[in-house]
Design a protein around this ligand. Structure first.
Ligand code: NAD
Ligand code: MG
Length: 389
């Protein structure tokens, strides 16, 4: 069996780190051929050296300039930058699969470029589908390219579906940890600081997704991600709070049977499933041990305390460009919250007001979606400035 060429966009992040663990343990099956990061030169250089990677992109131009002068990379390593650098990696002839794990919507263009070049997509960056799911999935379908979910919930659903036809499925049920503020009162939530919001009880993840998990905006983004990945109508996608993060999601079939996927809260299970798919091999992390006692708990989500989840569901139901507006407003809001420009509860308010101020329509091309993404960010930023003055 030949080795599959893997390109890793977001190599120095949390998903990147876990992807490297999977690649390291399966070096007879997987070969890392390209890596990209934002601006941190040294960790990227260390990965390039360890795996013998010859194609590296540092998104930040200055960082790329520094990298070229640093002597940290072998002379035969091709160093790229910017969106061209990401697109170059995504279309490398030696790549079979592209892991998209950069923050936010930055992964959109490389994902489309990889699909055009017939590469399989291992998608972690859910924001890509929230922004432009209609166009990404259409492009993948036209090319016969698989978009395999790395997000643990969607990976669980993909495993539980196992190719079942849509009409045999009653609904899909996303589990949510509920985050660190699951039991907070509204009064307590009003005073949450960025330092508190960047800590997650079960998962170790990047900053943006950790804040999203705490507001449940993450589960909202995942509803919309599921809608596109599985072609499922909004009213057939449900959310249940499951604080232990052991069941990663479930599929309810029309006959009433419900299938679940279980594993400890580590992303290596989903990443390995996707990178080796359809092959199964020993995992890199220990799985559950039922010699130990374990309780699994399930509760309905509280949409009053977690308005971001309600707003995401409403945006998904409204369809058109509403999900793109939700996503843009959320990115601006999280950034403003981390910079202490808005309060914790201000995140939901900002998304709500941005949605109210934006027109909704069915986009006919990607440019329209990108325009809406820009205008929604502008509206959100203006609302923050207004609120500050
Ligand atoms: P992270 O912040 O830990 O890492 C982000 C990575 O992207 C870093 O390598 C960073 O250098 C790189 N990066 C940032 N801007 C870039 C740019 N413009 N060009 C190239 N690289 C850039 O984030 P993460 O937690 O690994 O999450 C990555 C994506 O995966 C997000 O979309 C997130 O929603 C999704 N995801 C993460 C997890 C998780 O467990 N961490 C789970 C499910 C989905
Ligand atoms: Mg997830």
């Amino acid at each position: 069996m030949g080795r599959r060429g893997v390109v890793l966009l977001g190599a120095t992040g949390s998903i990147g780190h876990n992807s490297l663990r999977v690649i390291r343990a399966n070096s007879d099956r997987l070969k890392l051929v390209g890596i990209a990061g934002g601006s941190r030169v040294e960790p990227l250089a260390a990965i390039a050296r360890e795996f013998g990677v010859k194609h590296v992109t540092l998104f930040d131009q200055n960082a790329c300039h520094d990298a070229k002068k640093s002597g940290l990379f072998d002379p035969d390593v091709a160093l790229g930058t910017g969106i061209e650098g990401l697109n170059h990696l995504a279309t490398l002839p030696e790549a079979d699969v592209v892991v998209v794990a950069v923050v936010g919507t930055m992964g959109l263009h490389p994902t489309l470029a990889a699909i055009e070049a017939d590469k399989e997509i291992a998608l972690a960056s859910k924001e890509v589908l929230v922004l432009a799911g209609k166009f990404v999935m259409a492009a993948a379908k036209a090319k016969g390219v698989q978009v395999l979910p790395v997000d643990s919930e969607h990976n669980a659903i993909f495993q539980c579906l196992n190719g079942a036809p849509n009409h045999e499925v009653a609904r899909i049920i996303l589990t949510a940890s509920g985050g660190p503020f699951r039991n907070h009162t509204l009064e307590q939530m009003a005073g949450i600081t960025p330092e508190e919001a960047v800590k997650h009880p079960n998962w170790s993840m990047g900053t943006k997704i950790t804040v999203d998990s705490s507001t449940m905006a993450n589960k909202g983004l995942e509803l919309i991600e599921a809608r596109w990945l599985f072609g499922m109508e909004p009213n057939r996608i449900r959310v249940v709070v499951h604080p232990q993060s052991i069941i990663h999601s479930m599929v309810e079939y029309v006959d009433g049977s419900i299938l679940a996927q279980l594993s400890p809260p580590s992303m290596t299970f989903a990443i390995q499933h996707v990178l080796l798919y359809p092959e199964r091999r020993a995992g890199v992390d220990q799985t559950l041990n039922f010699e130990d006692s374990m309780n699994l708990e399930f509760n309905p989500p509280d949409l009053l305390r977690f308005p971001c989840l309600r707003l995401a569901r409403e945006a998904m139901q409204a369809a058109g460009v509403a999900p793109a507006v939700f996503n843009a407003a959320n990115e601006v809001a999280v950034d403003a919250f981390l910079k202490k420009r808005i309060s914790y509860l201000g995140i939901g308010d900002l998304i709500d007001h941005t949605l109210q101020k934006s027109d909704n329509f069915e986009p006919t091309n990607l440019e329209e979606v990108l325009d809406i993404d820009r205008s929604a960010r502008r509206i959100s930023n203006d609302l923050i400035t207004e609120h500050e003055s």
